[in-house]
Write a protein that binds this ligand. Structure first.
Ligand code: HSE
Length: 330
């Protein structure tokens, strides 16, 4: 048993337009760090949430403590653990903030107690954190955070995750408007029923998107980036959404969609320079909203959540995306 363990998990883009609740991808250079320390008193406590904003220190309301409690309960282990959370970005962004913390917590406790759970089991535990954070234990963000790359939730019960190939030139342009959208709210605006015709369009695009990934066929990926389920309803919650989409497509994006439940929007782009151009076009289009935003480009992070073995506090720097982010304060 290790006394202190730190783990990092990346931010993620869920849905990826055509894969509502089943597709997710991991981003580079942005994510959360969780530090677990064994303690004498047999309780789960949270001593600090760095950059946590209004996130509660109450272990009953926190996704990391939910994950840890769930694992300890499953194994009937009674120990005391203190949690320290270092948020790389804020919650309510649509970049899988609660998922990154939950995933890092699952990986950290797995290492601390030498449990040897495989990634699928870690996703299962991390989903418990999602239940606390947004009311529904969906797996798309946590699967991408733990597996890395691009992942597909084939089924939630029994849980099965399929890791998909990542075409080498794929980049992501991200724009994160300075507004907060809770997942629970963004889910409420969706229709509970969908027409058969709409559903078949969605799974046609999802299947061709996956095929595009396997063949590195960027044109097919582009033609498949359609969201029949959530875009129309959620776009209304994101200022200048269609202006950003038109600008991104005009400037060479393969597609643009809402990251998870929003408000962040993401564009998939072939090539780094092209991704910068698309990001710039998105920024210009967003200016009409007169809101602040953050933006950056990223490749897809191939590795998922991992234990940080450095005792050096420099790792805070390594995983802070602040350096590459452009802030726009009006
Ligand atoms: N698939 C979920 C949704 C992701 O779109 O509601 C939440 O971040």
């Amino acid at each position: 048993m290790r006394k202190i363990v730190r783990a990092f998990a990346p931010a993620t883009v869920a849905n990826v337009s055509c894969g509502f609740d089943v597709l997710g991808l991991a981003l580079e250079g942005i994510g959360d760090i969780i530090e677990l320390s064994l303690q004498e008193k047999k309780e789960i406590t949270i001593s600090e949430i760095v950059n946590g904003g209004k996130i509660s220190l109450d272990p009953q309301k926190n996704s990391c403590s939910a994950v840890i409690k769930d694992i300890l309960k499953e194994l009937s282990i009674e120990i005391g653990i203190n949690i320290r959370i270092i948020k790389g970005y804020r919650s309510g962004s649509g970049l899988g903030s609660s998922a990154a913390s939950s995933a890092a917590a699952a990986v950290a406790i797995n290492e601390m107690l030498n449990l040897n759970y495989d990634k699928t089991n870690l996703v299962k535990f991390a989903m418990e954190g999602e239940r606390i954070a947004c009311g529904t234990p969906h797996a798309d963000n946590v699967a991408a955070a733990i597996f890395g790359g691009i992942s597909l939730v084939k089924e939630e019960n029994p849980l099965e995750i399929v890791k998909l190939p990542v075409p080498d030139e794929l980049h992501i342009s991200i724009l994160f408007p300075d507004i907060k959208l809770e997942t629970s709210f963004s889910r409420k605006v969706l229709s509970k029923k969908i027409e058969l015709k709409t559903a078949s369009k969605q799974w046609g695009n999802l299947a061709s998107f996956v095929s595009g990934l396997y063949q590195s066929d960027y044109e097919l990926i582009s033609r498949s980036m359609k969201d029949e389920i959530a875009e129309e309803k959620r776009a209304k919650l994101i200022p200048a959404y269609y202006q950003m989409k038109n600008a991104a497509l005009k400037n060479g994006a393969l597609g643009l969609g809402i990251s998870g439940s929003g408000p962040t929007v993401f564009a998939l782009v072939k090539g780094e320079e092209e991704a910068y151009n698309v990001k710039k076009a998105m920024e210009e289009a967003f200016h009409s909203s007169k809101l602040n935003f953050e933006s950056f480009i990223s490749k897809i992070r191939l590795n998922g959540a991992e234990v940080i073995n450095s005792s050096n506090e420099d790792y805070y720097e390594i995983y802070q995306y602040k350096k590459q982010v452009e802030y726009c304060k009006l």
